[in-house]
Ligand binder design. Structure first.
Ligand code: ATP
Ligand code: MG
Length: 331
């Protein structure tokens, strides 16, 4: 059975872009593959400082993932910093990672331009991501489109490490991305990718009234200046969301009503809000229940970390052996 690994940063609330692009796929895949999912808190410290919120956001992210349907009886769910081998493998992989490749990563360039002082961690982010995946010898990584470039680099790191330390053996796999049809959801301004750190998100657990306050002013086809102007659903971000939340016949109705100006944009958004709620309502309900028992969530994460550690320790032992380190006495 192939193994999949994926992670999400506790940099804010789980949003519909994360859910449509990655997490919904995680839930499906856990039924078919050996699945390992991680709240990547070590990645989260490469952005703005967040000591006062990191622990809470990490727990909240775990709650959101469980509420979305990640089943700890099927998948391993844990917090990255609870398994120290992630940071250890990252360091080992720095030795085969070309600096020039790190500097040309789009995510690095995007995030760096928003910072006054650029921490080295932001540059090294993809090496930690490679370590996350390779530590579990995962073959497949369900992610959004923004992570495809990082996965290319993960494959290059694996290739270079194999060439140097496991020639002819190919110990580290070269993992492939698994994308959903919703590989890149835009923020409601219709401009940038929806991102926790850009503050342009619709939270998966947000109350319907709060979601409506965001949907109401959201960008639609600019050609629809007045209620009577017909529009083109293919260029409308609200229609894109219909394609992911509304049943097929509703999508067709929406497209027809937009093209004929039968509905105004607000009518169209109301239908979307209703269909979003039928997906998100049950998730919000499960999250509320989980929040009642934080101890249970922490126990689940501890069990997940123990299961992940068993695999991680084996990989580190093999990697260090092949790299020629002197084992500590007793190892
Ligand atoms: P940050 O702004 O802190 O980077 P983020 O919203 O980009 O947060 P990540 O934790 O970096 O979220 O990514 C988690 C997963 O969600 C990744 O697989 C990523 O590819 C996917 N993802 C993130 N944003 C989107 C989006 N707008 N559309 C589709 N998938 C997305
Ligand atoms: Mg991101």
């Amino acid at each position: 059975m192939s193994r999949i690994f994926s992670g999400i940063q506790p940099t804010g609330e789980l949003h519909i872009g994360n859910w449509l692009g990655a997490v919904r796929n995680w839930v499906e895949l856990q039924h078919q593959h050996d699945s390992i999912y991680c709240v990547v808190d070590l990645h989260a410290i490469t952005g703005a400082a967040s000591a006062s919120t990191l622990a809470t956001r990490t727990r909240d992210m775990a709650v959101s993932l469980l509420a979305s349907g990640i089943d700890p009886a099927r998948a391993i769910l844990f917090v990255q910093s609870h398994v120290p081998e992630h940071a250890r493998l990252q360091w080992l992989l720095t030795s085969v990672t070309p600096l020039g490749e790190l500097e040309r990563m789009t995510q690095f360039k995007d995030k760096a331009q928003r910072l006054e002082s650029i921490p080295a961690g932001l540059l090294c982010y993809p090496i930690l991501q490679a370590a996350d995946i390779l530590l579990y010898l995962a073959d497949m990584v369900p992610v959004g489109e923004d992570q495809v470039q990082h996965l290319e680099l993960t494959r290059e790191i694996a290739r270079r490490w194999n060439a140097e330390y496991a020639p002819g053996v190919g110990y580290l796999p070269e993992p492939q991305p698994l994308l959903t049809p919703a590989r890149r959801i835009l923020g409601l301004d219709g401009q940038a990718k929806m991102s926790k750190s850009l503050g342009n998100t619709v939270g998966l657990l947000e109350a319907p009234e709060a979601i409506w306050q965001k949907l109401r002013p959201a960008m639609t086809d600019p050609a629809r200046k007045t209620r009577k102007d017909p529009g083109n659903p293919d260029v409308c971000n609200i229609y894109t969301l219909h394609q992911h939340f509304s049943p097929e016949p509703v999508q067709q109705e929406v497209a027809a009503q937009c093209r004929s100006a039968g509905w105004g944009c607000l009518d169209c958004k109301k239908v979307l809000a209703g269909n979003m709620e039928s997906h998100l309502g049950p998730i919000r309900g499960r999250a509320a229940e989980l929040r009642q028992s934080p101890g249970q969530v922490e126990d689940l994460l501890a069990t997940g970390a123990a299961r992940a550690s068993r695999i991680a320790r084996e990989t580190i032992a093999e990697v260090e052996h092949r790299m020629g380190f002197l084992p500590a006495k007793g190892d």
